[in-house]
Design a protein around this ligand. Sequence first.
Ligand code: SF4
Length: 298
Amino acid sequence: MAHVLDADLRRALANRLRYYHELGIYDFYRRERQATESDASASAAEESAVPSPSQPELQEEMSTRRSAVVAATLEESIFDVLTPKPEQDVTDPAAALKLIREDLGDCTRCKLHKQGRKQIVFGVGNPRAELMFVGEGPGADEDAQGEPFVGRAGQLLNNMIKAMGLRRAEVYIANVVKCRPPGNRTPERDECETCSPFLMRQIAVIKPKVVVALGAVAAKNLLSFNAPMAELRGRFYDFMPAGARSNDPSWQGARLAVPYHPAFLLRDPRQKGEAWKDLQMVMKYLGSTVSSAKLGQT
Ligand code: SF4
């Protein structure tokens, strides 16, 4: 029997498939599950239409692909996105963020919880911010203090915010993953996939006008596609977090910009001028006046 997918599920599925196609993964298999009474009444034709990984002729092929793992993640992430959330009908963003934090709890959902984190770094700032910055993940200083961007890169981010004519307390700052990856490595895909739904929920309740994805890793996870920084930066993208209501009259989504990550700018200060151009683009959109303090002089 054919199943009709609702619009939100189709949209989430299409976005997720696009993401996997960007990663070069094209084949998907349904994960094997326990049979139920209702399954028993399903037609044999439907069962045979979707190959099962337990079929011997498929096992060798499956072992050379990542498709089975992907399929499991695909199902879970899509249905997680569509599950009603505790903050759904809460109009005060500060209260909604508190509910998301409570829902996150002492999270052990991904392996980063057992790889040396001191604490979860949830996010900080104005719950009604027009501008939101998203980084990759906490570093050692952030892990120690429980706040994103408080180390050297954080000081540069503060300077970037100041140069934009804003105070740190006026914006909201968070990361794709909320626990420190060991040795400051890049967060892995499964970690990002598990943690980023909480970031998406934070963005959905803050409803910023602009999201600034700091660097390619943040951009990849927010936009669900892979590209080098040279291609990503210098323009706006339309952004609506996965799971957000598409019919919300109070927010039609944000514009998203992708300047260089402050940590990269510390390693290569020559790129500050390019980052400043991206921030000026954001300021122009927000109607901010250009500060006399240029990023290149900070
Ligand atoms: S990184 Fe996110 S999903 Fe993983 S344990 Fe920490 S809070 Fe949970």
